[in-house]
Design a protein around this ligand. Structure first.
Ligand SMILES: COc1ccc(C(=O)Nc2ccccc2)cc1NC(=O)CCSc1ncnc(N)c1Br
Length: 275
């Protein structure tokens, strides 16, 4: 069922709490519904003027359409939306433990166990998205949130498109996560998310992405196109295998399907014991 923007939601339905963060198009606040049952939500406020200026109206409409039908424990829910004359409000699930990249910055890198658990959840969420022919295309720590029990949630969808996409991606964001086929402007498909999963695994374990932009775009392009990758010795052989053999393959067809990733020893060895 598709939730309509239920007619009765409005700003007056909420007590506004603290700001949670500043996204690219607007501010996000922690809010609580005024009437029972009390829900805590993240309310994203987008300005119509900005959306029109940046010509992303179609995209936000499509996003809202896509996301109201997504149901997965590792994907942040979009419950609904409403608008007033100046603003659009997205009613989002509140992720109780906040932004993952802040934890990564704090502890530099994650343990093999913690990284494996996160990649397991990411692979699960991505296979769900791919089953609906949605490519995320913007997987990076800044777009990941943590639920109250520490579970990973894909928290932002600024760039998801229906496969196969080959819309030029304005390279405003970091190049670190771009796969060779996008760097070389070729047609791309869901396999771009597999590459990004490899970059994410590397960054969780090493504290920085493998082709980090240290000396500008061109150097990074070259390193990505050559898959010029050095995996530090501290990384276990199992993790190294997943990163180099499974995910960071130049040829998209050589990247193992997510079903194989979910069976990889580095993932299964840390999976929570079946109760
Ligand atoms: C399903 O989540 C989204 C879905 C859509 C969009 C969005 O803006 N789309 C969009 C906006 C303009 C143009 C085109 C697309 C954004 C999000 N997500 C977010 O903005 C994340 C807000 S931060 C946060 N959220 C919950 N709990 C926390 N603790 C925090 Br911190």
């Amino acid at each position: 069922h598709v939730e309509r923007p239920t007619r009765d939601w409005s700003l007056a339905s909420f007590d506004i709490g603290r700001p949670l963060g500043k996204g690219k198009f607007g501010r996000v606040y922690m809010v609580r519904t005024r009437c029972e049952p009390r829900y805590i939500l993240a309310l994203k406020c987008l300005y119509k003027s900005e959306i029109v200026e940046s010509k992303v109206e179609k995209q936000i409409r499509r996003e809202i359409e896509i996301q109201q039908n997504l149901r997965h424990p590792n994907i942040l829910r979009l419950y609904g939306y409403f608008h007033d004359e100046k603003r659009i409000f997205l009613m989002l699930e509140f992720a109780g433990k906040g932004e993952l990249y802040k934890q990564l910055n704090k502890c530099k890198s994650f343990s093999e166990k913690r990284s494996s658990r996160y990649i397991d959840q990411m692979a699960d969420a991505l296979s769900y998205l791919h089953s609906k022919h949605i490519i995320h295309r913007d997987i990076k720590p800044e777009n990941l949130l943590l639920g109250i029990n520490g579970e990973l949630k894909i928290g932002d969808f600024g760039w998801s498109v229906h496969a196969p996409g080959n819309r030029r991606r304005t390279l405003c964001g970091t190049l670190d996560y771009l796969p060779p086929e996008m760097v070389l402007g070729k047609e791309h498909n869901e396999k771009v998310d597999y590459w990004a999963l490899g970059v994410l695994t590397y960054e969780f374990l090493c504290g920085a992405p493998p082709f980090e932009e240290l000396s500008g775009h061109t150097a990074t392009y070259k390193r990505i196109a050559k898959v010029d990758l050095k995996v530090p010795d501290k990384v276990s052989p199992a993790a190294r295998d997943l990163i180099t053999k499974v995910l960071l393959q130049f040829d998209p067809e050589k990247r193992l399907p997510l079903s194989e990733v979910l069976k990889h020893p580095w993932i299964t060895m840390y999976r929570k014991r079946a109760k």
